[in-house]
Design a protein around this ligand. Structure first.
Ligand code: ASP
Ligand code: MG
Length: 423
């Protein structure tokens, strides 16, 4: 008997029929003798619908008071899901009970709309499992010190599931989704993309942070920190497929590099259209400038990604960085009104039509010339690189958004990701 956490995404929960399917699958696992905790997302489209309603009433940007209410509203999507799933499980003859984040409780900090989980009290859940119940817990939400409902950021149900698995020392966390695993890149862009049987935790972390939408990045961080065995697999296989076959399907996230069967230098291509670039032109090149610019940006809770500063010849330099597009307007305002004048920048400019394309692979540690191969492949397509950033296991470039698909396809080909690797 194992303790298993299943997580089901919005599409898998998208209709009563699909919820019934989820219930049948979970019941199969429970009947095989496992203790089951299930963490569903809101039904697909529901979180957008809820946040859309809020936006109709207040289109202005986010004050803390408003963000508190956004979480209050958005969290209801998951509350509906857990109730429906518990009912469906009961209809399958299971003893099932649902909980919201605050009922567990899942304690978070107070950063509304992107709260972090601080601790999970599993006492109640354990007692239920011991009593033979299937426990269904809302994804995406928690409660802060002041009893306010918080949410973990879009896609946060993955993180809820992994955090619950970590807190309960579950034997495995299975993330059921509408794709059958982690691919070399998005098959909608590159039809030749292949499913990876395994991916190292570090690569998964990079892929998630670089724009692969399969898993929320924090869920991968959690999995790494607590070494939660985690698998991404399809919820669209027939619910009654053989459980042993199901348990081996999808993509396993591994922690040991040598367990990795597919020893490609580059394992995947990630891309992201969510960023925008801002530039301060003509900034004095002197100590403390980066801090004077990025300090206030961080204080405004705006995440910064790629940063470049040029060498200067005349004591002036240009300073560019990327932010999430949702934060673009706030970033530009901040730079124009306060930061720019404070550092005597000549001008603030911005561009939202950019994208970031990255190659990821732990093999990059031990191979040289990978980045230059990337640059050659982009230059052969006539694509201009605006920014470059590298780490041990990835190289990213910022390019014009209109070349994104071309770049991803060219790189997928250049690194032979179209070809099945022999283990
Ligand atoms: N329902 C939330 C969202 O749409 C959380 C999730 O689905 O993971 O972002
Ligand atoms: Mg998701």
């Amino acid at each position: 008997m194992a303790l298993i956490v299943h997580k089901y995404g919005g599409t898998s929960m998208g209709s009563p029929d699909r919820i019934r399917n989820v219930a049948k699958r979970v019941a199969k696992w429970a009947r095989a003798g496992h203790q089951m905790v299930v963490v569903p997302s809101a039904m697909s489209g529901e979180t957008n619908r809820l946040l859309g309603l809020a936006k109709e009433l207040s289109p202005t940007s986010s004050t803390p008071a408003l963000m508190r209410e956004l979480d209050m509203i958005a969290a209801t999507g998951e509350q509906v899901s857990v109730g429906l799933l518990a009912i469906a499980l009961q209809a399958e003859g299971m003893d099932a009970i649902s909980y919201t984040g605050w009922q567990v409780p899942v304690a978070t900090d107070s950063s509304y709309t992107k709260a972090r989980i601080e601790s999970i009290d599993d006492t109640k859940v354990r007692a239920d499992l011991a009593a033979g119940k299937v426990v269904v817990i809302t994804g995406f939400q928690g409660v802060d010190e002041g009893n306010n409902i918080t949410t973990l950021g879009r896609g946060g149900s993955d993180t809820s599931a992994v955090a619950i698995a970590a807190a309960m020392k579950a034997d495995e966390c299975l993330i059921y989704t509408d794709v059958d695993g982690v691919y070399t890149t998005d098959p909608r862009i590159v039809p030749e993309a292949r499913r990876l049987h395994t991916i190292s935790f570090e690569e998964m972390l990079e892929m998630a942070s670089l724009g692969s939408k399969v898993l929320q990045i924090r869920s991968v961080e959690f999995a790494g920190k607590y070494r939660v065995p985690m698998r991404v697999l399809s919820s669209f296989t027939p619910w009654d497929i053989d459980i042993n076959e199901e348990a081996k399907s999808g993509t396993l996230i591994t922690f040991e590099e040598d367990e990795k069967m597919e020893q490609a230098v580059v394992s995947g291509i990630a891309f992201n259209r969510d960023e925008a670039k801002v530039t301060l032109l003509g900034v004095p090149d002197k100590p403390g400038i980066a801090f004077q610019i990025l300090g206030p940006v961080a204080e405004a809770n705006i995440d910064v990604d790629v940063i470049i500063q040029n060498v200067s010849q005349d004591g002036k330099t240009d300073f560019s960085f990327t932010v999430h597009r949702n934060d673009y307007q706030r970033a530009i305002e901040l730079l124009e009104k306060t930061v720019g004048p404070a550092v005597q920048a000549a001008k603030v400019i911005g561009d939202t039509r950019i994208c970031k394309v990255s190659i990821v692979g732990i093999g990059m540690r031990s191979h040289v010339g990978i980045a230059s191969k990337m640059f050659r492949s982009l230059s052969e397509e006539g694509i201009n690189i605006q920014m470059i950033t590298t780490s041990e296991i990835k190289t990213s470039v910022v390019i014009d958004e209109k070349y994104m698909e071309l770049a991803v396809r060219a790189l997928h080909r250049a690194f032979d990701l179209d070809q099945e690797k022999t283990a």
